[in-house]
Design a protein around this ligand. Structure first.
Ligand SMILES: Cc1ncc(COP(=O)(O)O)c(C=O)c1O
Length: 372
């Protein structure tokens, strides 16, 4: 007879409780999912802030050229990509990091910091992945509420205490598309102790930096600040997974120790180097986005829908209740339009719509006019 050890009910669970209670990130509904569910022909996805033009053609060519080498492990220090980024941003190679998307960099940072009972601090109603990653490591997280749908840096600074180790700020913020300003950031940094790491997530930098009040974090090279950027949005490489970051040498050196040896992948490294030089694609993307934002503003003004002016590639609309959001979302789905309800972001009465191609924006406008 086998004498299997019986666990008493009070025994520790196999999977830690903070993981069991974790709510996973739910990505926006995919085109294939909706096609399966409703069998629609024409579907427009405006739910995930992707680049509607596709990927940078130069990056696609570089991926093709790099394909024959996928039997080899990639360069673990991704020298070519670091060099290209260092030259472009006038920093040393030792100041440059890259990983599996900017989300991948957040994962490396959260694997490097904090320890024991140290805590993370951020804003409510911001990029969900940071919260999930902190929680998955059992890190306590504190969130300051938004003020008028903008990050409230004063309220965030008020929450700093001796256990605070990492502060995460998305600028522009997802899902509100709003920014904090140079002067707000300067005042904030005066209140952040040097032992606290500030992550400035600038995933939508290219869409925002023309605004003179936008604080380009590369102008503030402080020892406790890391800038995160990505090729996913402006360069259309969300599917290949490549993000990058800049910080002081000792910090980057430690992140290099913690990252997975062979991230980013060979194809992602090649794509990143090529995308950076694709000015034409970037300009085309920014032009299309400007048109899209103005088209949406006019549409929402005409329909009397309250919205937030955006510094990114999406607009968030504010409705009267979660019930209205659910109805609108379902009715748009039936007309082949996928948008993003923001309950998971803590804004149950809001919907986020990414800018698309002109025809996609018009399809959305027509559907919205029919269902509103
Ligand atoms: C604020 C913010 N940061 C990071 C990301 C993730 O970017 P990446 O694809 O580089 O992981 C997103 C994606 O939506 C985002 O909105």
């Amino acid at each position: 007879m086998s004498s299997r050890r019986r666990l008493s009910p009070s025994a520790r669970p196999l999977v830690p409780r903070h993981i069991q209670s974790l709510e996973p990130y739910k990505a926006g509904k995919s085109i294939e999912e909706l096609r399966r569910e409703l069998g629609l022909e024409k579907i427009v996805k405006l739910a995930s802030n992707e680049n509607p033009l596709g990927a940078s053609p130069q990056a696609l060519r570089a991926i093709q050229e790099a394909l024959p080498d996928v039997n080899r492990y990639p360069s673990p220090d991704f020298y070519d990509l670091r060099l290209a980024l260092a030259r472009r941003y006038d920093v040393k190679i030792e100041n440059v990091f890259a990983a599996h998307g900017s989300e991948g960099i957040i994962a490396v940072i959260m694997g490097t910091f904090p320890l024991d009972d140290e805590e993370a601090l951020t804003s409510a109603n911001s990029f969900i992945s940071f919260r999930i990653q902190a929680q998955s490591r059992g890190i306590k997280i504190s969130e300051a509420p938004l003020k008028d749908y903008r990050l409230d840096l004063t309220a965030i600074a008020d929450r700093i205490h001796e256990k605070t180790k990492v502060i995460y700020l998305a600028n522009p913020n997802n899902p509100t598309g709003t920014i904090f300003t140079v002067s707000e950031f300067r005042e904030f940094m005066k209140r952040v102790p040097e032992r606290v790491l500030v992550i400035l997530d600038e995933a939508y930098f290219e869409f925002a930096h023309h605004d003179p009040v936008f604080p380009d974090s590369m102008q503030y090279r402080l020892d406790n600040v890391i800038t995160l950027r990505t090729f996913s949005k402006a360069y259309g490489l969300a599917g290949i997974r490549i993000g990058y970051g800049f910080a002081a040498e000792p910090l980057i050196g430690n992140l290099m120790k913690v990252k997975l040896t062979f991230e980013p992948s060979h194809l992602a490294q090649a794509a990143g180097v090529a995308a950076m030089n694709d000015r034409e694609f970037l300009e085309k993307t920014l032009r299309l986005n400007r048109l899209g934002l103005h088209f949406y503003y006019e549409l929402f003004d005409r329909l009397g829908i309250h919205y937030l002016k955006s510094h990114a590639n999406f607009v968030t609309i504010i409705l009267d209740s979660e019930g209205t959001v659910t109805k609108l979302y379902d009715r748009l789905l039936r007309r082949g339009v996928i948008v993003r309800p923001l309950r998971a972001f803590g804004l149950p009465n809001c919907i986020r719509v990414s800018t698309g191609l002109e025809a996609e924006n018009e399809h959305f406008a027509k559907a919205l006019e029919q269902v509103i």
